[in-house]
Design a protein around this ligand. Structure first.
Ligand SMILES: [Zn+2]
Length: 448
C-alpha cells in the first residue's frame, strides 16, 4: 500500500516533519518513505491511500490502562461519596471487578478498543481484574484485541484481597497466559504478556515471593506502586520498608517491570527505580480524579527513571493525558515553567515507544521510518500558525484533538478509514454493552 500526499511527523530523534510525502507499506512494516510525486512514479501498481494533506504520524501508545473499568462510566456509587483513595477502591473498583463475567470482560475490552481506534491509540498495556471470572479472562481480552486489530500487552492483577485461593488463581492465569504466548512465539502476533500484580497494599510477602518464584523466564511485572500514601503506610507497617524498597527486596523490579503511578516515592526510591531500569507510568487524569497527589515526574526524569504516560482507564485519547500532565504540574508547583512540553513528549512519545519495544522487539514501534511497524494515524489538523518539529509538542497540547484522527492503521492494516471503523461493529457492540453494563451495575449494587 502507498499512502500518498501526507505531511509526515516521524517522531524520530530529532523529530522531522516532511511535507507532501508518501509512505510505502509492506508486510506490516514501513518499507520506504519519499516525496509523494516521486514515490507515485516509482510505485505505479501499489494500492493507494490518499492522505489528502493530513498529518500522518505514529499511533499513540498507552502504557497503563484498565479495560475492565469501562462500565463504570455513569455508574452511581451508593452511600456517602468515597473520601479518599482506599475508599474509592473499596466502594467502586473492588465491588465492580467482582461483578464481571467473561462476557462483561469481553465487552468492556471491546468498547475501550473502539475508543482507542477512534482516538488513534494503537498500543495499549492493560492491567486486568475480574475475581469471579479469572480463568481464561486474558484469552477473552486477547480475542477482542485481535478482532480490533490493535496491539496490547496483557496481564491479570494478582491480589490477596480475595483470599489465598483468589491470589493463586490469579498467579495461574498469568503463568498460563505468558507460557501460551511464548509457545505461540509468533512475531506477527499483536498480543504480548507480562505478570500482573495489584499493589503492595494488597499483597503479602508470601504472595510476592510466590509470584517471583512462578515468573516465567524473560518476563517482568506490571504493578501499581505508591499511588496513594496509604500504600506507603501499609508497606511500612507490614515490612518496615517503603514500597519500592519492598518490591526490590522481593525481586519485582527490573528492566521488564512496570510500576504505575509512583506518586509517593522518596529520593532513595527514585534512585532504586533508576538503578534497576524499572519503568514508571504517569497517569495525571487518574491522580487528579483520586486526589492522590502529583508524581515527582521531573525529578524522576532527571534521575534517568524511564517515565512513560498511561491513562489508568480514562479515555484512550492520549493527547488529553498530555494536556493533563502539562497543566497539573504547573498548578501543583505554582510555577508555569514546570513540565515543559518537551518532557511531556519525552514520556508520551519516546519513553512509551521504548517500553512498547520491550514487548514488541521485532521492529521499531512509535516511530515513522523505514523498517518500523506500520502503526499510523491520519490527523486532520489545519494549523493556524507555523508548525515545526521544535514547536510540535505545543501544537499537540494546544491544538490537536483526538476527534481530528480520521484513519488508523496497525501493522499495515486499516482499522478505521475516514472515521469509519472497519474491524469492529460499533453500533452492535455498544448496544450489547449497554445491556450488559446494566446487569453489571445491578450485581455491583447488590454487593453494597
Ligand atoms: Zn491502574
Amino acid at each position: 500500500m502507498l499512502i500518498t500526499h501526507a505531511n509526515l511527523i516521524t517522531w524520530e530523534e530529532p523529530n522531522r516533519i516532511l511535507e507532501d510525502h508518501a509512505v510505502c507499506l509492506k508486510n506490516g512494516l514501513i518499507a520506504a518513505i519519499g516525496p509523494s510525486p516521486e514515490m507515485e512514479r516509482t510505485h505505479p501498481t501499489e494500492e493507494r491511500l490518499d492522505a489528502r494533506g493530513q498529518y500522518v504520524m505514529p499511533g499513540s501508545i498507552c502504557t497503563h490502562t484498565h479495560f475492565y473499568g469501562a462500565f463504570s462510566r455513569g455508574m452511581a456509587i451508593p452511600g456517602a461519596a468515597p473520601k479518599d483513595f482506599p475508599e474509592i477502591l473499596g466502594k467502586l473498583w473492588w465491588p465492580l471487578d467482582k461483578a464481571l463475567t467473561l462476557e462483561d470482560v469481553r465487552y468492556s475490552a471491546l468498547v475501550c478498543l473502539i475508543d482507542a481506534i477512534r482516538h488513534g491509540t494503537t498500543i495499549l498495556v492493560d492491567h486486568h481484574a475480574s475475581p469471579n471470572a479469572i480463568e481464561g479472562s486474558l484469552d477473552v481480552i486477547a480475542g477482542a484485541v485481535e478482532q480490533a486489530g490493535l496491539r496490547a500487552v496483557l496481564c491479570y492483577e494478582v491480589t490477596d484481597r480475595n483470599g489465598l485461593e483468589g491470589a493463586q488463581r490469579g498467579i495461574e492465569e498469568n503463568v498460563r497466559f505468558i507460557r501460551k504466548q511464548s509457545t505461540i512465539n509468533n512475531p506477527q502476533s499483536t498480543i504480548r504478556s507480562v505478570f500482573g500484580l495489584h499493589a503492595s497494599l494488597t499483597l503479602s510477602d508470601a504472595t510476592l515471593d510466590a509470584c517471583r518464584s512462578m515468573l516465567p523466564e524473560g518476563s517482568g511485572f506490571h504493578i501499581h506502586a505508591a499511588e496513594s500514601d496509604a500504600d506507603q503506610y501499609d508497606s511500612l507497617a507490614k515490612s518496615g520498608l517503603r514500597v519500592v524498597d519492598r518490591l526490590q527486596k522481593h525481586g519485582i523490579l527490573g528492566p521488564r517491570s512496570i510500576l504505575a503511578h509512583a506518586v509517593h516515592v522518596d529520593a532513595r526510591e527514585i534512585e532504586i527505580l533508576a538503578d534497576t531500569g524499572t519503568w514508571v507510568t504517569h497517569q495525571p487524569r487518574s491522580n487528579m480524579n483520586n486526589a492522590v497527589g502529583v508524581a515527582p515526574v521531573e525529578s524522576m526524569l532527571r534521575a534517568d527513571v524511564k517515565v512513560c504516560l498511561g491513562n489508568d482507564g480514562f479515555s484512550n485519547a492520549m493527547w488529553e493525558e498530555w494536556k493533563a500532565a502539562y497543566l497539573v504540574h504547573k498548578l501543583w508547583h505554582h510555577d508555569p515553567r514546570r513540565m515543559s512540553g518537551l518532557d511531556v513528549a519525552r514520556m508520551a512519545v519516546y519513553n512509551n515507544a521504548a517500553l512498547a519495544a520491550v514487548f514488541f522487539p521485532e521492529s521499531p514501534v512509535g516511530v515513522l521510518k523505514p523498517g518500523a511497524a506500520a502503526d499510523l494515524i491520519f490527523v486532520d489538523y489545519q494549523s493556524p500558525t507555523p508548525l515545526s518539529p521544535g514547536n510540535l509538542p505545543w501544537h499537540i497540547l494546544f491544538g490537536f484533538h483526538e476527534s481530528m484522527v480520521t484513519t488508523t492503521l496497525v501493522a499495515g492494516k486499516v482499522l478505521m478509514k475516514d472515521r469509519q471503523l472497519l474491524t469492529l461493529d460499533e453500533k452492535a457492540i455498544t448496544a450489547r454493552a449497554r445491556e450488559i453494563a446494566a446487569q453489571v451495575w445491578r450485581r455491583y449494587a447488590e454487593q453494597g
